[in-house]
Design a protein around this ligand. Structure first.
Ligand SMILES: C[S@@+](CC[C@H](N)C(=O)[O-])C[C@H]1O[C@@H](n2cnc3c(N)ncnc32)[C@H](O)[C@@H]1O
Length: 366
């Protein structure tokens, strides 16, 4: 089920109505139907629950509601441990047992690959769990507005003042405590556990290590060339270079490229630039039929020019790491004449939140 689309709403609060929850949409809202047949999106409910809701916004086809009461609770409902849960915009699933969160995310990835990717039976593996369901974040960004320091509220009405974030590691929470004692002007501040890092760094170290292992496995025996597009500081290329004759990273963040070069092996090089402008020259200098391409773009996905280049140059495999299943599905569809989805594995990089990371393995169509 897709998230509620943006549109013109009538805004009101109605008398409560009881509905049965059948699904969870991307973004974390539960889905049921009102007696009049319209789809109803409501936060903090779970599949198989019967809940009482109050409609707060409506269109002809769907409504958005507030949870009034859980009449019949799921056996997989748990007590959210965080006092800010429900108000804070960061978490969506603290009320769901961790294994249920994994099922929800796996189903969502399968559904989006079917709906937006045009794949009838997507080969989606069960989600790989985060070893730490809490305390996993090695960085958080907090905001200051007026006297408050914290995260944006779920309802968009300013900030929730946060003393501790249960998703953050102890080191990051210690930084938050210090920051609260400092005087700083309004704005955003990122607190990092890994202070030495520049540019992008994976948020959940334990899941990042599992993802790296999975990418390495998917490379098989390697050989030929590796292209690590959107490579950051060379997280994938640096580990995998030994499996290939040569490895080339492409990244437009100057400091990330500089960092990657400091530990590069002899067969490992980095190009500073836009992937859509530089990928062509890299492909022209290698044998595409013996090449592995890693794509790890930001949430917008890859540029159409990148898809065109990969269509014109059939590579041995594409390993697409995505933090946005919707743009992943769009891009897989864009490559579908030349490549097929061989496997997709969700990674639980952000437990308790509505976010999910996916590794998609694409092979040339035979
Ligand atoms: C999701 S991060 C992945 C980084 C790296 N693969 C890792 O795992 O640490 C995406 C990276 O792509 C870079 N980036 C975004 N758009 C780009 C573009 N058009 N060309 C080159 N790099 C880009 C960002 O600076 C960022 O480092």
């Amino acid at each position: 089920m897709a998230s509620p689309p943006a549109g013109t709403y009538r805004r009101w609060v109605t008398e409560p109505e009881t509905i049965d929850i059948t699904d969870i949409a991307f973004g974390g809202k539960a889905v049921g139907r009102l007696a009049d047949g319209r789809v109803c999106f409501v936060p903090d409910a779970l599949p198989s629950e019967r809940v009482r809701v109050r409609v707060v916004r409506e269109t002809k086809r769907f409504v958005e509601a507030q949870l009034d009461r859980v009449s019949e609770a799921s056996p997989r409902r748990v007590k959210p441990p965080c006092p800010y849960f429900g108000k804070c915009g960061g978490c969506s699933y603290q009320h769901a047992a961790h294994d249920l969160q994994l099922e929800i995310k796996t189903n969502q990835v399968r559904e989006v690959l079917r709906r937006l990717g045009g794949i009838e039976a997507p080969p989606v593996q069960p989600a790989v769990a985060s070893p730490l369901p809490y305390g996993y974040r090695n960085r958080i960004t907090v905001h200051r507005i007026g006297g408050r320091i914290g995260f944006h509220r779920r309802d968009g009405a300013g900030l929730v003042d946060i003393e501790v974030c249960l998703l953050a590691s102890d080191a990051v929470n210690a930084g938050l405590m210090e920051l609260r004692r400092e005087r700083w002007r309004e704005g955003a501040r990122t607190l990092r556990e890994h202070n030495e890092r520049f540019g992008f760094h994976q948020t959940n170290d334990a899941v990042a290590a599992l993802l790296l292992d999975a990418v390495e496995n998917a490379c098989g025996d390697g050989g030929g060339s590796l292209i690590d597009a959107y490579c950051g500081d060379g997280f994938f290329a640096n580990r995998l270079a030994a499996k290939f004759e040569r490895a080339t990273g492409i990244e437009w963040n100057e400091r990330s490229v500089a960092q990657a070069r400091t530990r590069a092996a002899a067969n490992e090089s980095y190009i500073e630039g836009d992937v859509s402008e530089r990928l062509g020259e890299v492909l022209a200098g290698i044998d595409p039929a013996r090449a592995t391409v890693i794509l790890d773009p930001p949430s917008q996905g890859v540029d159409a020019r990148v898809l065109d280049l990969l269509t014109a140059n059939r590579v041995a495999r594409i390993l697409y790491v995505s933090c946005n299943p919707a743009t992943l599905a769009r891009d897989i569809k864009g490559l579908s004449g030349t490549y097929r989805l061989a496997a997709a594995t969700p990674f639980d990089m952000f437990p308790q939140t509505a976010e999910v990371e996916v590794l998609a393995e694409l092979a040339p169509v035979s």
